[in-house]
Design a protein around this ligand. Structure first.
Ligand code: SF4
Length: 298
């Protein structure tokens, strides 16, 4: 018995057989940096990833997917793929026809069975949602919500509110599309009670999946220089403490919501904190062991 519903359980409800996500960088930028939503970006976001060269992928969407497929196709010839538009804000354009052409390019690649589109909750115009809902292929939208606490969102310069997330999720669900949220645990000013309140707020929404990750303090960010200057500090957890928090999150989270992950890893040369020395799968194993002990299911 699995200790919680995970992303593969969610995918099994939508597809027969093996499905693999392939990440695509379609050359989008960020509205929280170019002035259309805000300037300066979120305080934890690394400027170094915003050099123009990085934002302009040299391979087309099709080429990226074909290359991604090569890796899996030999081992699993029947595998289906989801094109995951992950980098930056993948709906950030006033030109909806251009957006749809990029998504279509992905969907027309042999073996691609659907799309996952990552974006901000304040960047999903209804016209685009309607066009996505009109596609015959499977489409999911993933929103970077980060926290349900507006004070936190303001403090980290997200330039959107929780109300934007509520609105985007409700409209996405009403359009008939599966919807995921991305959340950060350990943002400045938040304690465990605030983080668990975010979980309660998620439970109120028609959300299908969530991704949690620990706040990472990364070199070159405004947050790193603020913390270094002593302007404020961030909540700090040992790996054990973070695992305990994840257990409490799972106790609280609605059971039909699938959890895709609890941790992510920035490159070691950029990461200031936390340096737990655990790979994602090692963290997941520790969490599963802890859950098994707590729930006595082994
Ligand atoms: S975290 Fe996302 S929304 Fe914030 S500045 Fe970075 S790319 Fe933009």
């Amino acid at each position: 018995m699995k200790p919680y519903r995970d992303f593969s359980d969610f995918l099994r409800g939508h597809f027969d057989g093996k499905v693999q996500k392939i990440t695509v960088n379609a050359g989008f930028t960020c509205p929280n940096r170019d002035g259309s939503k805000g300037r300066g970006g979120c305080t934890y976001c690394n400027n170094q990833s915003f050099n123009p060269g990085y934002c302009r992928p040299s391979l087309s969407v099709r080429e990226q997917l074909e290359r991604g497929k090569e890796f899996f196709a030999r081992k699993y010839p029947q595998m289906k793929y989801l094109a995951y538009f992950q980098a930056y804000t993948n709906t950030h354009s006033d030109d909806i026809d251009r957006l749809m052409a990029l998504y279509r390019e992905a969907l027309d690649v042999d073996g691609v069975a659907g799309l996952i589109i990552g974006t901000r909750p304040d960047c999903m115009p209804q016209d685009l949602l309607d066009r996505l809902a009109g596609l015959r292929e499977w489409v999911m939208v993933e929103y970077g919500a980060e926290s349900a606490c507006d004070r936190t969102l303001e403090l980290v310069n997200r330039c959107h509110t929780w109300a934007d997330t509520v609105d985007a999720v409700n409209r996405t669900h009403a359009a008939g599309l599966p919807c995921g949220l991305h959340l950060i645990m350990g943002l400045p000013g938040e304690d465990e009670a605030t983080m668990l309140e975010t979980v309660d707020c998620i439970n109120e929404l028609p959300v299908d999946t969530v991704k949690f990750h620990q706040l990472q303090l990364v070199r070159g960010t405004r947050m790193a220089s603020d913390v270094e200057a002593g302007l404020y500090d961030i909540p700090r957890f040992t790996a054990e403490e973070y695992i305990s928090l994840c257990v409490r999150i799972l106790d609280r989270l609605r059971k039909d919501i699938a959890v895709e992950r609890f941790v992510s890893q920035s490159p070691s040369d950029l990461l200031i904190y936390p340096r737990w020395g655990l790979k994602n799968y090692q963290f997941t194993n520790l969490l599963h062991n802890r859950l098994a002990e707590a729930r006595n299911i082994i």
